[in-house]
Design a protein around this ligand. Structure first.
Ligand code: E4P
Length: 216
């Protein structure tokens, strides 16, 4: 499973990238607004940090404007994947951008049928938002399972990107469900490292090692 960082914060992205295990970044207009910089400049800066897929979202909502904005975003760097919301004009824009060879990440997906439409339009990635579904008492992970099964049934190459993860359990469940990618807020990425038995075990190994130094 590929791991992306769901952030527009350069420090978080730099730190996550330093482990050598991060395959990309997802951003959205809310994440970029938090950083207080120009949208395109921030995407350019992120592309300079990490060699991987960098999702950058359009803010237009009409097909021609979305396609034009998608082209501009794609020009920033070869790593850019154009993020398009799953609305009617968005699906039209995905069909057109795909025909031009521009990769897309279809975002704000909340149903298996929406995901089917995105795959038919040629999306490179589909982003079902698991946390936001759980927030309203729906089953986000069940949606990942459904989409993976439907895509497998027909051999669609669109990759399932489990988005809106709230914690390590979501990441494990998404991996078990066969998601190709999980995008994680930095905090969730960092939580994946933790296990108390690792800390206790290491402390004991080092304490025993120190004893051998005294004995010599
Ligand atoms: C994905 O690409 C989105 O940016 C993100 O995962 C949304 O997560 P949220 O529901 O925590 O805002």
């Amino acid at each position: 499973m590929r791991i992306f960082i769901d952030s527009a914060n350069l420090e978080e992205i730099r730190t996550a990238a330093s482990y050598g295990i991060v395959d990309g970044v997802t951003t959205n207009p809310s994440l970029i607004a938090k950083e207080g910089h120009d949208h395109h400049d921030q995407i350019r800066a992120i592309c300079g940090i990490l060699d991987g897929d960098i999702s950058a979202e359009v803010v237009a909502t009409e097909v021609d404007a979305m396609v034009a904005e998608g082209r501009e975003l794609a020009k920033i760097h070869d790593s850019v994947v154009v993020k398009i919301p799953l609305i009617r004009d968005g699906i039209k824009a995905v069909s057109r951008l795909t025909a031009e060879g521009i990769r897309t990440n279809v975002t704000l997906c909340f149903s298996a049928m929406q995901a089917l439409l995105a795959a038919k339009a040629g999306a490179y990635l589909i982003s079902p938002f698991i946390g936001r579904l759980d927030d309203i008492s729906h089953d986000g992970i069940a949606l990942i399972q459904e989409i993976v099964e439907i895509y497998d049934n027909y051999g669609y190459p669109t990759q399932v990107l489990a988005a809106s993860a709230r914690g390590p359990l979501h990441v494990k469940q998404a991996a078990l469900a066969g998601a190709h990618v999980s995008t994680l807020p930095y905090k969730v990425f960092d939580q994946l490292f933790n296990h108390p038995l690792t800390d206790i075990g290491l402390e004991k190994f080092l304490a025993d090692y120190r004893k051998t130094l005294v004995a010599v």
